[in-house]
Design a protein around this ligand. Structure first.
Ligand code: PLP
Length: 439
């Protein structure tokens, strides 16, 4: 499969854009090689600048839950754009969007739109701090909440609970207010509450971690966080940027029946347009300006084209809940068929799935935390990624990213994927190569 045009464009991009990309994961650093420059997409397929057809398991990192260029979404964008692309004044579409999301998500009463998941998460912790009049937040190792300063913090080593910036440019002052716990480990959270009495404003997490592969919450984990937050007077924040409208119409709050105090959204909510949102109960959201003193704003927030796009997608999801049964069945089919292929070639793989979010880890044993995820064989994944790409299957370019199945991934597309995996592993197990047999 040629990627000549992509290579030419990548070389050119690197001269005027840092690393040639506008978001680092796109640069293929974790797997090496040439990122594919995409020219168009439809349904389950991407087409790159060399006109290769690729089965897409990224789906723009989540938004394309009904597949690319979904007709209702495209029409909504075209219609809305014809009336101008922004007003900087309120519109009816924003109300329709807020009403729709509050209907779909249990426990959500008021919502404010932003332009990205990052902004939504930054704003949510500001609300938690403003509401509780406390400074510190707890996050979990391996969870991602965008590139806000407060989230680019890693745990201190050993007995030191003080966080460290994980990126230059984040100040030590910011780092000291972010505490890090271990996903699926309630004791690690309790310890932080005990060590920081009356200081924790909120606990933020991905209720199903999707930025370290796919790591579901253990039974009782979310409920346990709910009671710890209640006990210590902190707000529970579900970052549903990935899980929202994906693992159920009402996201993780619906699927697991646990009600957070604050939610953040992104990805699906904008149908591929730049949209995020944060919300919660009317009482908590009453601190947000102009009702309350917690400042938050955005020139393009609630943008009419973006609202109509998101609304078109959410309306489909709300109207046809059987979509979620299909997503469940197809994702299950993908998991089973791939695991069978891995098994045929004697590979040790651990597989997690929640709805249409999947994680394959090239290691043995349960994968329930960041430490577990770190055992995956990233070198093997990089080889597998390129093998699959050569067969026309576009996986996320990192062993630490979840795979997404869309409603456009039919049984045929999934069988094609399993066939591709079989042909990759078969090539390697032939006597002349032997990569897979060594593992
Ligand atoms: C993608 C993501 C974000 C950040 O959203 P952006 O729109 O990329 O800023 C935040 N939280 C989670 C869980 C995400 O998956």
């Amino acid at each position: 499969m040629s990627c000549k045009q992509s290579q030419v464009l990548f070389d050119r991009a690197k001269k005027c854009i840092p690393g040639g990309v506008n978001s680092p994961a796109r640069a293929f650093k974790a797997v090496g090689g040439t990122p594919r420059f995409i020219s168009r997409a439809e349904g389950a397929f991407l087409y790159d600048e060399d006109d290769n057809r690729l089965v897409d398991y990224i789906g723009s990192w989540g938004p394309m839950i009904l597949g690319h260029a979904y007709p209702m979404v495209i029409k909504a964008v075209q219609d809305a754009a014809g009336y101008s692309t922004s007003f900087g004044a309120p519109t009816k579409a924003e109300i329709l969007m807020a009403e729709c999301v509050c209907r779909m998500v249990p426990g959500l009463e008021k919502i404010r739109m932003t332009n990205s998941g990052t902004e939504a998460c930054m704003s949510a912790i500001r609300v938690a701090r403003g509401y509780t009049d406390r400074d510190k937040i707890i996050k979990f190792e391996g969870c991602y909440h965008g590139h806000g300063d407060s989230f680019l913090i890693k745990a201190g080593s050993g007995a030191l609970t003080l966080g460290h910036p994980s990126s230059p440019g984040v100040t030590k002052g910011t780092a000291k207010d972010t505490l890090t716990a271990d996903f699926n480990d309630l004791d690690s959270v309790k310890k932080l509450f005990i060590e920081n009495p009356d200081e924790i404003a909120g606990v933020i997490l991905e209720p199903v971690a999707g930025n370290m592969g796919c790591v579901p919450p253990r039974d009782g984990f979310l409920e346990g966080l709910r009671s710890l937050c209640d006990q210590y007077g902190a707000l529970l924040i579900f970052d549903e940027v990935m899980t929202g409208f994906r693992i159920a119409p009402g996201g993780a709050a619906e699927r697991y029946g646990v009600k957070p105090d604050l939610f953040t959204f992104g990805k699906v909510i904008g149908a591929g347009m730049p949209v995020g949102a944060f919300g919660g109960s009317s009482e908590v959201m009453s601190v947000v300006a102009p009702d309350g003193p917690v400042y938050q704003a955005g020139t393009l927030s609630g943008n009419p084209v973006a609202m109509h796009a998101g609304l078109a997608l959410l309306t489909e999801l709300e109207q046809y809940p059987e979509i979620y049964d299909d997503l469940e069945n197809r994702s299950d089919q993908l998991g089973r068929e791939l695991m069978q292929v891995f098994d045929e070639y004697g590979l040790t793989v651990t597989y997690n799935r929640v709805g249409s979010m999947l994680g394959f880890f090239f290691c043995d044993g349960l994968v329930e935390s960041f430490a577990d995820v770190s055992r995956t064989d990233t070198a093997f994944f990089a080889e597998f990624f390129h093998g699959m790409l050569e067969e026309g299957i576009y996986l996320p370019p990192s062993a630490y990213e979840a795979w997404f199945v869309s409603h456009a991934h039919t049984g045929d597309v999934i069988r094609e994927t399993a066939r591709a995996a079989r042909s990759v592993l078969k090539k390697w197990s032939s006597p002349s190569q032997g990569t897979a047999s060594a593992r």
